[in-house]
Each structure stands twice: as C-alpha cells, then as structure tokens.
Design a protein around this ligand. Structure first.
Ligand SMILES: Cc1ncc(COP(=O)(O)O)c(C=O)c1O
Length: 440
C-alpha cells in the first residue's frame, strides 16, 4: 500500500518507532535513539510506565467516553483535586481539554467572559511577548509571538499586542543580568498603557520561555513585577505552563520558583505524559465565583475534553511524579545536567551559552561568542544539529529565532524527570559526537 500520509516535511524520510521504554526508542530497522527532549518536551516520565498503561486499560474496560456537558467522572474530579493541591494560591477550579492550544484558547476565552460577567465588556485583548509560543490555533497564534509560525497567517490573526521578551543573553535593552532593571516588564506595562487597560482582559506569558527562546529563565523580579502590573491595571495574569509545567523545572509549576500566584494556569504536555492527549486550565476562585454569581455558565469546550480515560491517565502520571519523588530527582540532578552541558562550551566555541532550570536546558549556537552574533538563518544550523543528531540516534528539540525572532539557533535538552546520572552521561556523550560532526 502506498504511504498516503501528508508529512510536515515532504522531502524527508521518517523512521518508524516500534518500541519505546524510558528514554530509549527503537525503530523498525532496530536502530536505537536516545530521546533527550521527551518528544516535544512532553513525555515527562518516559515511555512504558506500567502503572499508567494499566490504569488506561482499566478505565477503557469501564467506560470509553462520556462528555463533560452531560456527565461527571471520578478520575476527572480526583485529578482536579490533586491539581488544586499542587497549584499555587487559590487556583482551585479546573477544566480539562486535550492539549496545549486548547488550554490556552480556553484561558483566553474564560478571561474575556470573566470580564463580561462582571460587566466590563470592553476588555478583550490579550497581551503577550514576542518570541513566545502559545499554540498553533489562530487564537493562540494571535497571542503568541513566534514570528516564523505567525508569518503565513498574519492577515488572519487578531490584534493582540506584544511586548518585549526577557531574553537576557540577547537583551533587547542591551542589559546584562547584573545591570537589569526589568526593562522588559516595564515595556509590557507601556504596551498596556498604550492599548488602554480598559481593553485588555489578560496578559499571557510562559514562566520559562521554551521553544521560541531556547529556554530563557526570567530575571528574579520579573514575575513578581508582572503580578503587580496586572493587579494595578485589573488584568488577569495567565501562566502558560504547557511546556514548563508538570515538573519540568523541578517544581510542579515553574511559577513556584518565583512565588507568584497567577489567575489562570494553562497546562498540557507532561500532564498526560504523552500517554494520552490531555490539557487543563486551572483558575482562581474569583473567576469561578464570577460565573457562579452571574450567568451560571461557561459552556466552552471540545468533544474530548475531560473524558474519563484521559483524566485517569493524567491522574496516574501526576501520582507517579509525586510517589517517585521525581521533582526531587530533577532538582538533585539539575546542576549535573547543566554542568555537563556547559563543559562542552570549552570544546565548541559555537556554543554561545547554556541556560536552564530543572531538566529544561537550552544550548544556543552562535557565529561569534565574543559578540554573541548569531549564525545567519540561511545556514540552518539548528536543522544541521537536529538532523545529524537524529541520524546518530539522539532526539533533540530545535529552537529557531532565539536571538531576535528571526536569527538564532539552538537545541533544547529536556530528558524525562526519572533519568539517572548515567542517562545524562549517555545523552551528553552522544551530543558531543553530534557537535563534533557538525562543527569540527
Ligand atoms: C508554551 C506552549 N504553549 C502552548 C503550546 C501548544 O501546545 P499543543 O501543541 O499541545 O497544542 C506549546 C507547544 O509546544 C507550548 O510550548
């Protein structure tokens, strides 16, 4: 039979993975790959955890599907309860969806309707930052600031304003971490003032920027200042924890590192651990109360959201993270991972810097380390590294545009939260071989 799949890159061949355990994948030819980026920074507990697979089978045997507009189910209630315990502050109301874009879209819509419930009907815009990614639906692309992913759809996008990102290695305000006065957060405030706070429902940001900035960790005061700005202008603060959440940074939610309570959290990816599509929007009590005390409904949803099989998988994944102390493992080995990656900087002048938190590490490649000048995009350095890695049995996540939105090359290394020191060594050795092939 002819292969009728419409692949993303039409001139590439795609290996077929037939077996996977932990972070090791095996293709139909028997070749092994180390998955150093958990698929799309998403298979957070690795492949083949028996407890999760058994739980999904058990749930399927009971009931394959019910829809949340008509029925409730125990796994969804239990997972919502667990997320309430884990989430900062009074983020205690949860709606389940099937992925990151759906979670962000939900957050945008619930923010809009929250203000309608309160009679503040002019508030609808969402402010975000350039070089952030929030999903590939038209609503979430409008909020996002990834230039290449927006480009072809720009005539179709909504007029959501964007502020400068925190991008400390290529600071748009020419500051260093030591001389920073949080100009990027101040820029966001200026955007709000220019647009008029009366028109703005929400600010959405990734706590640690992943795909578009090759892992950018914010300066310490950044999130507390965002919280303060949103409070002063009566705007909801949405944390897009789709990539940074579910333990990736060594805390269940990345925002815990800065002690900030957002109004809405969007999560997905690691929540279902990629055993099944699952996402969630977690909201503060005041949002729930606004609906409860006014119209009494927020009936936005998609067919598969909150179905019992998906939520049972999520419940097992989150319990697995907690019971196996994977947050401790991530925090204990974080400096080892980052340290081993940084050691490679001595050998390869093309490595501009390594930045990260938990098991969320970015390695950026530059033409000139002294001036931090990026490679020209036409050189396709990210592709060269990612493709060579795949040939050599290493799976890396490529990040493009991390310098200024157009130039900038790097890869994200994000192993499962249950890896050992030996697993990290295996990844680093293979990465060394890959970089030698590309750069030496
Ligand atoms: C921060 C962030 N938000 C949203 C999304 C969209 O998630 P999904 O691909 O599940 O729709 C992504 C995907 O990479 C992401 O990194």
């Amino acid at each position: 039979m002819q292969d009728r799949l419409f692949y993303p890159y039409l001139n590439k061949s795609y290996p077929e993975i037939v077996k996977a355990a932990g972070m090791v994948l095996e293709d139909s030819e028997g070749k092994e790959y180390l998955d150093a980026c958990c698929g799309e920074v998403s298979s957070n507990i690795g492949h083949g955890v028996p407890e999760v697979i058994e739980a999904i089978k058990e749930e399927l045997d009971k009931v394959t599907f019910t829809h949340r507009f008509k029925f409730t189910n125990a796994p969804a209630r239990q997972l919502a309860g667990l997320l309430d315990e884990l989430a900062p502050g009074d983020n205690n109301r949860v709606t389940f969806v099937s992925g990151g874009a759906e979670a962000v879209e939900y957050a945008i819509k619930v923010a809009r309707e929250y203000f309608i419930e309160l009679g503040e009907t002019s508030k609808y815009k969402v402010v975000s930052r350039w070089q952030s990614f929030h999903g590939n639906s038209l609503g979430t692309l409008s909020a996002g600031g990834n230039i290449s992913r927006r480009k072809r759809y720009s005539p179709m996008l909504l007029d959501f304003p964007h502020a400068a990102p925190h991008n400390c290695y290529h600071c748009p305000f020419a500051r260093e971490r030591t001389s920073c006065s949080l100009e990027c957060a101040q820029d966001l405030e200026q955007v709000i003032r220019r647009e008029g706070a009366e028109n703005i429902a929400a600010v959405i940001c990734e706590p640690v920027v992943g795909s578009s900035l090759c892992v950018s960790v914010p300066p310490p005061g950044y999130w507390p200042l965002l919280r303060d700005i949103c409070d002063r202008y009566n705007i909801l603060l949405v944390a897009d924890e789709v990539m940074s959440g579910a333990g990736r940074t060594g805390r269940f939610f990345a925002l815990e590192h800065w002690g900030v309570v957002p109004d809405i959290i969007a999560m997905a990816k690691g929540l279902g651990g990629c055993y099944i599509p699952l996402g969630a929007a977690i909201m503060r009590d005041k949002i729930y109360q606004a609906f409860k005390n006014n119209s009494g409904s927020f009936a936005h949803g998609h067919t598969f959201g909150g179905n019992p099989v998906a939520t049972r998988a999520g419940l097992e994944v989150v319990n697995y993270i907690i019971n196996n102390k994977l947050l401790d493992n991530t925090r204990n080995l974080e400096s080892y991972l980052l340290g081993q990656l940084r050691l490679m900087e001595e050998k390869y002048p093309e490595i501009g810097h390594v930045e990260g938190i938990g098991f969320f590490a970015g390695m950026e490649f530059v033409r000139d380390k002294e001036t931090r000048q990026p490679f020209d995009p036409s050189e396709n350095i990210t592709n060269a590294v990612v493709d060579t890695a795949l040939e050599m049995g290493l799976v890396l996540y490529g990040s493009r545009g991390c310098a200024d939105g157009i130039s900038g090359d790097g890869v994200i290394i994000a192993p499962p939260l249950n890896v050992t020191r030996d697993d990290i060594d295996a990844i680093v050795h293979r990465l060394d071989d890959v970089l030698a092939k590309v750069f030496l």
